[in-house]
Write a protein that binds this ligand. Structure first.
Ligand code: IFM
Length: 455
Protein backbone atom coordinates (compact mmCIF):
# COMPACT_ATOMS: atom_id res chain seq x y z
CA UNK A 1 0.00 0.00 0.00
CA UNK A 2 1.36 3.41 -0.97
CA UNK A 3 1.35 6.70 0.93
CA UNK A 4 -2.04 8.43 0.77
CA UNK A 5 -2.54 10.92 -2.08
CA UNK A 6 -2.71 13.91 0.27
CA UNK A 7 0.32 12.81 2.32
CA UNK A 8 2.61 15.72 3.29
CA UNK A 9 6.43 15.65 3.00
CA UNK A 10 8.57 18.12 4.89
CA UNK A 11 11.60 18.84 7.02
CA UNK A 12 11.94 20.27 10.52
CA UNK A 13 14.13 22.59 12.61
CA UNK A 14 13.87 24.44 15.93
CA UNK A 15 14.52 28.06 16.85
CA UNK A 16 17.48 27.78 19.24
CA UNK A 17 19.19 25.20 17.05
CA UNK A 18 19.36 27.34 13.89
CA UNK A 19 18.48 30.99 14.43
CA UNK A 20 21.46 32.55 16.20
CA UNK A 21 20.92 36.33 16.72
CA UNK A 22 20.61 35.45 20.37
CA UNK A 23 20.64 39.03 21.58
CA UNK A 24 19.03 40.88 18.68
CA UNK A 25 15.83 42.81 18.08
CA UNK A 26 14.69 42.63 21.68
CA UNK A 27 15.11 38.89 22.25
CA UNK A 28 15.84 38.04 25.89
CA UNK A 29 17.90 35.15 27.25
CA UNK A 30 16.44 31.69 27.21
CA UNK A 31 17.31 28.83 29.53
CA UNK A 32 19.56 27.52 26.74
CA UNK A 33 21.47 30.82 26.56
CA UNK A 34 22.11 30.38 30.27
CA UNK A 35 22.86 26.64 30.18
CA UNK A 36 25.44 26.91 27.40
CA UNK A 37 27.44 29.33 29.59
CA UNK A 38 27.74 26.63 32.26
CA UNK A 39 31.29 25.24 31.90
CA UNK A 40 31.47 21.59 30.88
CA UNK A 41 27.79 21.15 30.07
CA UNK A 42 27.96 21.41 26.26
CA UNK A 43 30.51 19.82 23.94
CA UNK A 44 33.36 22.18 23.11
CA UNK A 45 31.62 25.05 24.93
CA UNK A 46 29.38 25.47 21.85
CA UNK A 47 26.22 27.57 22.00
CA UNK A 48 23.37 28.87 19.83
CA UNK A 49 24.67 32.46 19.84
CA UNK A 50 25.23 32.29 16.06
CA UNK A 51 24.12 28.74 15.15
CA UNK A 52 23.22 28.65 11.42
CA UNK A 53 22.57 32.40 11.42
CA UNK A 54 19.14 31.57 10.05
CA UNK A 55 17.71 34.75 11.59
CA UNK A 56 19.68 36.74 9.02
CA UNK A 57 19.67 34.17 6.20
CA UNK A 58 16.03 33.15 6.32
CA UNK A 59 15.11 34.08 2.70
CA UNK A 60 18.13 32.10 1.40
CA UNK A 61 17.10 29.13 3.57
CA UNK A 62 13.54 29.21 2.26
CA UNK A 63 14.97 29.10 -1.28
CA UNK A 64 16.87 25.95 -0.27
CA UNK A 65 13.64 24.41 1.03
CA UNK A 66 12.07 25.12 -2.34
CA UNK A 67 15.05 23.54 -4.09
CA UNK A 68 14.48 20.41 -1.98
CA UNK A 69 10.84 20.39 -3.07
CA UNK A 70 9.51 20.53 0.51
CA UNK A 71 5.74 20.68 0.77
CA UNK A 72 5.84 21.73 4.43
CA UNK A 73 8.33 23.15 6.89
CA UNK A 74 8.14 22.57 10.63
CA UNK A 75 9.82 25.28 12.70
CA UNK A 76 9.49 26.59 16.23
CA UNK A 77 8.97 30.07 17.60
CA UNK A 78 11.33 31.37 20.30
CA UNK A 79 9.22 32.55 23.23
CA UNK A 80 11.98 35.00 24.38
CA UNK A 81 11.70 36.82 21.04
CA UNK A 82 7.94 37.30 21.43
CA UNK A 83 7.53 38.04 25.15
CA UNK A 84 11.04 38.75 26.39
CA UNK A 85 9.97 38.99 30.02
CA UNK A 86 8.14 35.66 29.81
CA UNK A 87 4.96 37.54 30.72
CA UNK A 88 3.90 41.07 29.85
CA UNK A 89 4.89 43.17 26.87
CA UNK A 90 4.95 41.66 23.39
CA UNK A 91 7.95 42.42 21.16
CA UNK A 92 6.71 43.38 17.65
CA UNK A 93 10.15 42.77 16.11
CA UNK A 94 10.08 39.14 17.24
CA UNK A 95 6.66 38.58 15.68
CA UNK A 96 7.81 40.35 12.53
CA UNK A 97 10.61 37.81 11.94
CA UNK A 98 8.19 34.87 11.99
CA UNK A 99 5.65 36.78 9.94
CA UNK A 100 8.26 37.29 7.23
CA UNK A 101 9.25 33.63 7.45
CA UNK A 102 5.63 32.58 6.95
CA UNK A 103 5.23 34.94 3.98
CA UNK A 104 8.41 33.61 2.37
CA UNK A 105 7.23 30.03 2.87
CA UNK A 106 3.80 30.65 1.41
CA UNK A 107 5.30 32.46 -1.58
CA UNK A 108 7.50 29.39 -2.15
CA UNK A 109 4.44 27.12 -1.96
CA UNK A 110 5.55 25.59 1.36
CA UNK A 111 3.03 25.06 4.16
CA UNK A 112 4.20 26.37 7.56
CA UNK A 113 3.83 23.95 10.52
CA UNK A 114 4.48 25.90 13.70
CA UNK A 115 5.68 24.51 17.05
CA UNK A 116 5.07 26.90 19.92
CA UNK A 117 7.66 25.46 22.29
CA UNK A 118 10.87 23.63 21.44
CA UNK A 119 12.69 24.15 24.75
CA UNK A 120 13.83 27.80 24.76
CA UNK A 121 11.98 29.04 27.82
CA UNK A 122 12.58 32.71 28.72
CA UNK A 123 15.11 32.71 31.56
CA UNK A 124 12.85 35.16 33.43
CA UNK A 125 10.28 32.37 33.83
CA UNK A 126 12.87 29.81 34.91
CA UNK A 127 13.86 32.19 37.69
CA UNK A 128 10.25 31.98 38.90
CA UNK A 129 10.36 28.16 39.01
CA UNK A 130 9.88 27.34 35.33
CA UNK A 131 7.46 24.45 34.75
CA UNK A 132 7.23 23.85 38.51
CA UNK A 133 5.30 27.09 38.90
CA UNK A 134 1.60 26.64 38.01
CA UNK A 135 1.43 30.26 36.77
CA UNK A 136 3.37 29.12 33.72
CA UNK A 137 0.17 27.79 32.15
CA UNK A 138 -1.33 31.29 31.90
CA UNK A 139 2.00 32.67 30.67
CA UNK A 140 2.08 30.05 27.91
CA UNK A 141 -1.52 30.83 26.97
CA UNK A 142 -0.71 34.56 26.71
CA UNK A 143 2.35 33.79 24.57
CA UNK A 144 0.23 31.54 22.33
CA UNK A 145 -2.37 34.31 22.05
CA UNK A 146 0.32 36.73 20.84
CA UNK A 147 1.68 34.29 18.24
CA UNK A 148 -1.67 33.17 16.89
CA UNK A 149 -2.90 36.78 16.78
CA UNK A 150 -0.03 37.66 14.45
CA UNK A 151 0.23 34.48 12.35
CA UNK A 152 -3.12 32.72 12.61
CA UNK A 153 -4.38 34.26 9.38
CA UNK A 154 -1.68 32.33 7.44
CA UNK A 155 -0.61 29.35 9.58
CA UNK A 156 -3.01 26.41 9.73
CA UNK A 157 -0.85 23.72 11.39
CA UNK A 158 0.10 24.11 15.04
CA UNK A 159 1.93 22.06 17.65
CA UNK A 160 2.09 23.03 21.32
CA UNK A 161 5.07 21.18 22.84
CA UNK A 162 8.03 19.36 21.37
CA UNK A 163 9.28 16.38 23.39
CA UNK A 164 8.12 17.16 26.94
CA UNK A 165 10.17 14.14 28.01
CA UNK A 166 13.30 16.10 27.16
CA UNK A 167 12.65 19.59 28.47
CA UNK A 168 11.13 18.17 31.65
CA UNK A 169 12.93 14.81 31.99
CA UNK A 170 16.42 15.45 30.60
CA UNK A 171 16.20 19.11 31.66
CA UNK A 172 14.79 18.94 35.19
CA UNK A 173 15.29 15.34 36.37
CA UNK A 174 18.52 14.13 34.78
CA UNK A 175 19.96 17.66 34.58
CA UNK A 176 21.70 17.00 31.25
CA UNK A 177 19.85 19.68 29.31
CA UNK A 178 18.67 23.20 30.21
CA UNK A 179 17.93 24.24 32.88
CA UNK A 180 20.15 21.49 34.34
CA UNK A 181 18.00 20.91 37.43
CA UNK A 182 17.57 17.64 39.33
CA UNK A 183 14.06 17.70 40.78
CA UNK A 184 12.44 15.20 43.10
CA UNK A 185 9.68 12.99 41.68
CA UNK A 186 7.11 15.15 43.51
CA UNK A 187 8.29 18.34 41.79
CA UNK A 188 8.69 16.63 38.44
CA UNK A 189 5.14 15.26 38.48
CA UNK A 190 3.78 18.72 39.31
CA UNK A 191 5.82 20.18 36.45
CA UNK A 192 4.40 17.63 34.02
CA UNK A 193 0.86 18.43 35.14
CA UNK A 194 1.50 22.17 34.80
CA UNK A 195 2.79 21.61 31.26
CA UNK A 196 -0.34 19.64 30.40
CA UNK A 197 -2.56 22.44 31.69
CA UNK A 198 -0.48 24.90 29.65
CA UNK A 199 -1.02 22.70 26.59
CA UNK A 200 -4.81 22.73 27.13
CA UNK A 201 -4.91 26.51 27.58
CA UNK A 202 -2.85 26.97 24.42
CA UNK A 203 -5.25 24.75 22.45
CA UNK A 204 -8.14 26.93 23.63
CA UNK A 205 -6.26 30.07 22.59
CA UNK A 206 -5.62 28.56 19.15
CA UNK A 207 -9.18 27.32 18.59
CA UNK A 208 -10.55 30.73 19.60
CA UNK A 209 -8.82 32.14 16.52
CA UNK A 210 -8.78 29.28 14.02
CA UNK A 211 -11.59 26.94 15.05
CA UNK A 212 -11.59 23.81 12.90
CA UNK A 213 -9.48 25.45 10.19
CA UNK A 214 -6.52 24.79 12.45
CA UNK A 215 -4.94 21.34 12.62
CA UNK A 216 -3.44 21.06 16.09
CA UNK A 217 -1.13 18.39 17.50
CA UNK A 218 1.08 17.51 20.45
CA UNK A 219 4.61 16.12 19.90
CA UNK A 220 6.21 13.66 22.31
CA UNK A 221 9.13 11.41 21.48
CA UNK A 222 9.76 7.79 22.32
CA UNK A 223 11.93 4.83 21.59
CA UNK A 224 9.97 2.24 19.62
CA UNK A 225 9.42 -1.28 20.94
CA UNK A 226 9.60 -3.56 17.93
CA UNK A 227 8.33 -7.15 18.06
CA UNK A 228 11.33 -9.37 17.48
CA UNK A 229 9.20 -11.80 15.50
CA UNK A 230 5.88 -10.94 13.91
CA UNK A 231 3.86 -13.36 16.04
CA UNK A 232 0.73 -12.31 17.92
CA UNK A 233 2.56 -13.03 21.17
CA UNK A 234 5.56 -10.85 20.31
CA UNK A 235 3.40 -8.03 18.99
CA UNK A 236 1.37 -7.98 22.20
CA UNK A 237 4.58 -7.99 24.27
CA UNK A 238 6.06 -5.10 22.28
CA UNK A 239 2.86 -3.09 22.71
CA UNK A 240 2.85 -3.71 26.45
CA UNK A 241 6.50 -2.68 26.73
CA UNK A 242 5.75 0.43 24.65
CA UNK A 243 2.87 1.77 26.76
CA UNK A 244 3.28 0.09 30.12
CA UNK A 245 4.63 1.68 33.29
CA UNK A 246 7.35 -0.33 34.98
CA UNK A 247 9.79 0.21 37.85
CA UNK A 248 12.53 -0.52 35.29
CA UNK A 249 11.52 2.52 33.24
CA UNK A 250 12.23 6.06 34.49
CA UNK A 251 8.99 7.96 34.94
CA UNK A 252 9.93 10.54 32.32
CA UNK A 253 10.39 7.83 29.71
CA UNK A 254 6.92 6.44 30.35
CA UNK A 255 5.10 7.67 27.26
CA UNK A 256 1.58 7.50 28.68
CA UNK A 257 2.47 10.00 31.42
CA UNK A 258 2.26 12.65 28.71
CA UNK A 259 0.00 11.16 26.08
CA UNK A 260 -2.92 9.55 27.95
CA UNK A 261 -3.95 12.83 29.64
CA UNK A 262 -3.79 14.72 26.33
CA UNK A 263 -5.50 12.14 24.12
CA UNK A 264 -7.62 10.13 26.58
CA UNK A 265 -8.27 12.64 29.37
CA UNK A 266 -6.81 10.48 32.17
CA UNK A 267 -3.60 9.23 33.69
CA UNK A 268 -3.02 5.57 32.82
CA UNK A 269 -4.28 3.01 35.36
CA UNK A 270 -0.84 1.48 35.86
CA UNK A 271 0.73 4.91 36.39
CA UNK A 272 -1.77 6.71 38.61
CA UNK A 273 -0.86 4.79 41.79
CA UNK A 274 2.77 5.84 41.27
CA UNK A 275 2.10 9.57 40.74
CA UNK A 276 -1.20 10.40 42.45
CA UNK A 277 0.36 11.53 45.70
CA UNK A 278 2.49 14.04 43.78
CA UNK A 279 -0.20 15.55 41.55
CA UNK A 280 -1.39 19.04 42.49
CA UNK A 281 -4.61 19.22 44.52
CA UNK A 282 -7.67 19.31 42.29
CA UNK A 283 -5.86 17.75 39.32
CA UNK A 284 -8.97 15.81 38.23
CA UNK A 285 -10.66 19.13 37.46
CA UNK A 286 -7.99 19.92 34.87
CA UNK A 287 -8.45 16.81 32.75
CA UNK A 288 -11.19 18.22 30.50
CA UNK A 289 -8.98 21.19 29.62
CA UNK A 290 -5.90 19.00 29.09
CA UNK A 291 -7.75 16.71 26.69
CA UNK A 292 -9.28 19.22 24.30
CA UNK A 293 -9.73 17.41 20.96
CA UNK A 294 -6.65 17.43 18.73
CA UNK A 295 -6.30 16.76 15.02
CA UNK A 296 -3.12 14.69 14.85
CA UNK A 297 -0.59 12.79 16.92
CA UNK A 298 2.90 14.17 16.26
CA UNK A 299 5.71 11.81 17.14
CA UNK A 300 9.49 12.10 16.94
CA UNK A 301 11.01 8.69 16.22
CA UNK A 302 14.66 7.80 15.78
CA UNK A 303 15.45 4.40 17.23
CA UNK A 304 13.96 1.27 18.65
CA UNK A 305 14.72 -1.90 20.52
CA UNK A 306 13.50 -5.42 19.81
CA UNK A 307 11.13 -7.13 22.21
CA UNK A 308 10.47 -10.83 22.70
CA UNK A 309 8.85 -12.77 25.56
CA UNK A 310 10.52 -14.35 28.56
CA UNK A 311 9.73 -17.72 30.14
CA UNK A 312 6.81 -16.12 32.04
CA UNK A 313 5.32 -14.74 28.86
CA UNK A 314 6.35 -11.18 29.82
CA UNK A 315 8.00 -8.65 27.45
CA UNK A 316 11.75 -8.95 27.42
CA UNK A 317 14.35 -6.91 25.59
CA UNK A 318 16.27 -8.92 23.02
CA UNK A 319 20.02 -8.68 23.49
CA UNK A 320 21.59 -6.42 20.91
CA UNK A 321 23.27 -8.27 18.04
CA UNK A 322 27.02 -8.01 17.77
CA UNK A 323 27.76 -5.25 15.29
CA UNK A 324 24.29 -3.70 15.59
CA UNK A 325 24.21 -0.74 13.14
CA UNK A 326 24.37 2.65 14.91
CA UNK A 327 24.28 6.24 13.76
CA UNK A 328 27.15 8.63 14.56
CA UNK A 329 25.46 9.61 17.84
CA UNK A 330 25.31 5.86 18.65
CA UNK A 331 21.56 5.41 18.38
CA UNK A 332 20.29 2.06 17.07
CA UNK A 333 19.36 1.87 13.43
CA UNK A 334 16.03 0.06 13.70
CA UNK A 335 13.87 0.78 10.62
CA UNK A 336 10.84 -1.08 11.99
CA UNK A 337 10.57 1.80 14.49
CA UNK A 338 8.49 3.61 11.85
CA UNK A 339 6.13 0.70 11.40
CA UNK A 340 5.32 -0.37 14.95
CA UNK A 341 5.29 2.92 16.86
CA UNK A 342 2.80 4.59 14.47
CA UNK A 343 0.66 1.45 14.43
CA UNK A 344 0.55 1.15 18.23
CA UNK A 345 -0.13 4.87 18.64
CA UNK A 346 -2.94 4.80 16.11
CA UNK A 347 -4.51 1.77 17.77
CA UNK A 348 -4.48 3.43 21.20
CA UNK A 349 -5.31 7.05 20.31
CA UNK A 350 -7.05 6.88 16.92
CA UNK A 351 -5.51 10.09 15.58
CA UNK A 352 -3.76 10.57 12.21
CA UNK A 353 -0.03 10.09 12.68
CA UNK A 354 2.50 12.74 11.75
CA UNK A 355 6.17 11.82 12.02
CA UNK A 356 7.28 15.25 13.17
CA UNK A 357 10.96 14.20 13.31
CA UNK A 358 13.04 11.30 12.03
CA UNK A 359 16.61 11.22 10.78
CA UNK A 360 20.17 10.45 11.74
CA UNK A 361 23.43 12.07 12.63
CA UNK A 362 26.25 11.21 10.29
CA UNK A 363 29.89 12.20 9.85
CA UNK A 364 29.33 14.40 6.79
CA UNK A 365 31.84 16.70 5.16
CA UNK A 366 32.18 18.43 1.79
CA UNK A 367 34.11 16.12 -0.55
CA UNK A 368 36.78 17.18 -3.05
CA UNK A 369 34.12 17.45 -5.77
CA UNK A 370 32.26 20.04 -3.69
CA UNK A 371 29.40 17.66 -2.87
CA UNK A 372 28.35 15.90 0.32
CA UNK A 373 28.03 12.15 -0.31
CA UNK A 374 25.93 10.94 2.63
CA UNK A 375 24.94 7.49 1.42
CA UNK A 376 24.19 6.38 4.97
CA UNK A 377 21.46 9.03 5.34
CA UNK A 378 19.80 7.91 2.11
CA UNK A 379 19.92 4.26 3.15
CA UNK A 380 18.62 4.98 6.67
CA UNK A 381 15.75 7.15 5.47
CA UNK A 382 14.80 4.71 2.72
CA UNK A 383 14.66 1.79 5.15
CA UNK A 384 12.64 3.76 7.69
CA UNK A 385 10.18 5.15 5.14
CA UNK A 386 9.57 1.72 3.63
CA UNK A 387 8.54 0.55 7.10
CA UNK A 388 6.38 3.66 7.63
CA UNK A 389 4.54 2.75 4.46
CA UNK A 390 3.81 -0.65 5.99
CA UNK A 391 2.11 1.03 8.96
CA UNK A 392 -0.45 2.31 6.43
CA UNK A 393 -0.97 -1.23 5.18
CA UNK A 394 -1.45 -2.28 8.85
CA UNK A 395 -4.35 0.18 9.02
CA UNK A 396 -2.80 3.29 10.62
CA UNK A 397 -3.80 6.67 9.19
CA UNK A 398 -0.60 8.42 8.11
CA UNK A 399 -0.72 12.14 7.43
CA UNK A 400 2.85 13.41 7.09
CA UNK A 401 6.60 12.90 7.48
CA UNK A 402 9.14 15.55 8.48
CA UNK A 403 12.82 14.75 8.17
CA UNK A 404 15.04 15.96 11.00
CA UNK A 405 16.62 18.13 10.01
CA UNK A 406 16.51 20.58 7.16
CA UNK A 407 20.11 21.55 7.88
CA UNK A 408 22.96 20.70 10.25
CA UNK A 409 22.51 22.60 13.49
CA UNK A 410 23.20 22.94 17.22
CA UNK A 411 22.57 19.50 18.70
CA UNK A 412 22.02 20.58 22.34
CA UNK A 413 24.61 19.12 24.73
CA UNK A 414 26.50 17.67 21.73
CA UNK A 415 27.05 21.19 20.36
CA UNK A 416 27.87 21.14 16.65
CA UNK A 417 29.50 17.70 16.74
CA UNK A 418 26.47 15.85 15.33
CA UNK A 419 25.18 16.57 11.82
CA UNK A 420 21.53 15.73 11.14
CA UNK A 421 20.84 17.89 8.08
CA UNK A 422 19.75 17.28 4.50
CA UNK A 423 21.81 20.42 3.93
CA UNK A 424 25.41 20.72 5.12
CA UNK A 425 26.36 23.89 7.00
CA UNK A 426 29.94 25.10 7.16
CA UNK A 427 29.88 26.90 10.50
CA UNK A 428 32.97 28.97 9.63
CA UNK A 429 31.50 30.49 6.46
CA UNK A 430 27.78 29.65 6.85
CA UNK A 431 27.91 28.15 3.35
CA UNK A 432 25.05 25.72 2.73
CA UNK A 433 25.54 22.64 0.50
CA UNK A 434 22.63 20.36 -0.33
CA UNK A 435 23.75 16.82 0.51
CA UNK A 436 23.11 13.84 -1.80
CA UNK A 437 20.30 12.91 0.60
CA UNK A 438 18.64 16.28 -0.02
CA UNK A 439 18.61 15.67 -3.80
CA UNK A 440 17.32 12.12 -3.24
CA UNK A 441 14.61 13.32 -0.81
CA UNK A 442 13.35 15.70 -3.48
CA UNK A 443 12.71 12.70 -5.74
CA UNK A 444 10.95 10.87 -2.90
CA UNK A 445 8.66 13.86 -2.42
CA UNK A 446 7.99 14.32 -6.14
CA UNK A 447 7.00 10.66 -6.47
CA UNK A 448 5.00 10.60 -3.17
CA UNK A 449 7.29 7.80 -1.98
CA UNK A 450 7.33 5.68 -5.13
CA UNK A 451 11.07 6.49 -5.48
CA UNK A 452 11.68 4.39 -2.37
CA UNK A 453 10.96 1.27 -4.38
CA UNK A 454 13.74 1.97 -6.87
CA UNK A 455 17.52 1.80 -6.32
O1 IFM B 1 17.88 17.84 17.61
C1 IFM B 1 16.90 17.14 18.30
C2 IFM B 1 15.59 17.90 18.31
O2 IFM B 1 15.73 19.18 18.84
C3 IFM B 1 14.59 17.17 19.16
N1 IFM B 1 14.46 15.80 18.74
C4 IFM B 1 15.67 15.03 18.54
C5 IFM B 1 16.64 15.79 17.66
C6 IFM B 1 17.93 14.96 17.49
O3 IFM B 1 18.51 14.71 18.75
Amino acid sequence: MAFPKDFVWGAATASYQIEGAANEDGKSRSVWDAYTEWPGKVFNGDSGLVACDHYHRMPEDVKLMKELGLQAYRFSVAWPRIIPGGTGAVNPKGLDFYSRLVDNLLEAGIEPWLTLYHWDLPEALQLKGGWMNPDIADAFAAYTHAVVGALGDRVNHWMTFNEPQCFLGLGTVDGVQAPGWKLSQADFVKSVHNSLVAHGKAVDALRAVGGNRFKIGYVPTTQAMVPDRHTAENIAAAKLAFFGASPAKPLHWTLTLFTDPVFLGRYADDLLPVIEKDLPAGWEGDMALISRPLDFFGINLYSGVRIGVDENGMPSRVKEAVGQPKTAIKWNVEPETLRWAPRFLYERYGKPIVITENGLSNTDWVHTDGKVHDAARIDFTKRYLLEYEKAAADGAELAAYFHWSLMDNFEWSHGYSERFGLVHVDYQTQKRTVKDSGHWYREVIESNGERLHRD
